[in-house]
Design a protein around this ligand. Structure first.
Ligand SMILES: Cc1cc2nc3c(=O)[nH]c(=O)nc-3n(C[C@H](O)[C@H](O)[C@H](O)COP(=O)(O)OP(=O)(O)OC[C@H]3O[C@@H](n4cnc5c(N)ncnc54)[C@H](O)[C@@H]3O)c2cc1C
Length: 379
């Protein structure tokens, strides 16, 4: 199994690093302060083909692999976590099409998503259905060749900004076999966007409520078949949790790099604080955790690339470990900057707030631990 990047993977990573360092890093504080979608950054990601790194060329992507994809997300997240959420959410929206979509659906929807011409959203969460995805109550009722969708979704990333939506709905009372995925276009009558959330972190990423009020769609808008939604969703998470892991590694790396430069410059007791062993010990722990997290993300990504069995626990480990590392490393980065770490003029404060979401979305870290625990005990 390959756990280091090959030449092509390094090249695409380098493209992402250059753009992120040159264009996103300096704007990240402003993006956070304004709390608005960074459209300039999104356009730049699109121009450089970074929305479709691991999407087949015939559907608008670059035809690369998952390892390249996670390597690019890490670079973008290290500079601006909010911008990296545009990439990770696009990956989340594209995944069900690649897993279960027809060629027509892929051509119609994946192509503009992979080219970054439009944004996509995946609507799973509801007011009463968070960790327990199978308890969704948004209904899809069949009338001939059409379905009518009704319900409410919450916390939907890019809602209102996106043109293409995938919604998790209930087509029968069977807890898991009654779940069906539908693709819905933004201008569909009855699709309405509610409150925009005022968040702790990733403030440049829009998070909104969505209301589905008698939204009429064709039966051709089903992804996969009726009742297959839960199974598809679990496969989607297998592929997207390492992406969140990569985002977490990136946030941790951004905070770590800043801290290293800072401790070399900052003087107390007549010398650089980098000369204190307790500071070095913190840096050593941060570095070890980031390296270990990255390897776990690469392992899960490589398993996806090799289409291996039993990806779920490794995807969960990658997401859970990397996001716990991101939280710990960013807290330590704030500590290493002392009082300045607590001030918005320095980026580690923002990175600490941005890191928190990686422990929550795409399944909280308690849910990841349940998946890993079940895997350990299943035989
Ligand atoms: C910024 C942001 C962006 C998001 N983007 C999207 C999106 O694009 N699409 C989407 O569909 N959703 C999105 N979400 C929703 C996110 O995935 C959910 O918030 C998350 O899955 C948790 O669900 P919940 O908030 O309802 O928490 P709950 O499920 O109510 O959990 C509350 C607490 O209970 C714990 N818990 C729950 N069940 C168990 C259990 N069995 N054992 C142990 N502990 C348990 C949880 O771990 C958590 O600590 C987003 C959320 C945020 C904040």
């Amino acid at each position: 199994m390959r756990l280091i990047l090959g030449v092509e993977q390094q090249m695409i990573q380098e493209v992402a690093r250059k753009i992120a360092k040159t264009h996103f890093e300096a704007r990240a504080a402003e993006v956070d302060r304004l709390g608005k979608t960074p459209w300039d950054n999104i356009r730049m990601l699109a121009q450089n083909g970074l929305f479709g790194v691991n999407v087949p060329e015939m559907f608008g992507g670059s035809g690369g692999d998952m390892l390249s994809h996670v390597a690019t997300i890490e670079e973008v997240a290290a500079a601006c976590a909010s911008t990296s959420v545009a990439l990770s959410t696009q990956a989340l929206t594209i995944a069900p099409f690649l897993i279960a979509g027809t060629n027509e659906q892929k051509k119609q929807y994946v192509t503009p998503l992979a080219k970054g011409e439009v944004l996509g959203s995946f609507g799973i969460t509801e007011p009463g259905a968070g960790s327990d995805v199978a308890s969704v109550t948004t209904t899809a009722k069949r009338y001939g060749d059409e379905y009518i969708l009704n319900g409410q979704k919450v916390f939907i990333t890019n809602a209102g900004d996106s043109e293409i939506y995938v919604f998790v709905t209930r087509t029968s009372q069977d807890r898991t076999n009654g779940i069906t995925l539908f693709v819905v276009e933004k201008d569909s009558p009855g699709l309405r966007f509610g409150k925009k959330e005022d968040k702790m972190g990733i403030r440049g990423s829009t998070t909104r409520e969505v209301f589905l009020e008698d939204v009429k769609v064709s039966k051709h808008n089903i992804l996969g078949h009726e009742g297959e939604g839960f199974k598809i969703l679990m496969n989607v998470f297998n592929e997207t949790r390492p992406v969140v892991g990569a985002q977490a590694v990136g946030i941790a790396k951004g905070a770590f790099d800043y801290s290293v430069n800072y401790v070399k410059e900052r003087k107390q007791f007549g010398k650089s604080i980098a000369s204190f062993q307790m500071v070095q010990s913190m840096l050593a722990d941060m570095k070890m955790q980031i390296e270990a997290a990255r390897l776990l993300v690469y392992k899960a990504a490589s398993m996806i690339d090799r289409n291996e069995n039993n990806i779920a626990p490794y995807s969960s480990m990658a997401k859970c470990f990397a996001s716990d590392v991101a939280m710990k490393v960013t807290i330590d980065a704030v500590q290493l900057l002392g009082g300045y770490g607590y001030i918005k003029d320095y980026p580690v404060e923002r990175m600490m707030r941005d890191a928190k979401i990686t422990q929550i979305y795409e399944g909280t870290n308690q849910i990841q631990r349940i998946i890993i625990g079940n895997h350990i005990l299943k035989d």
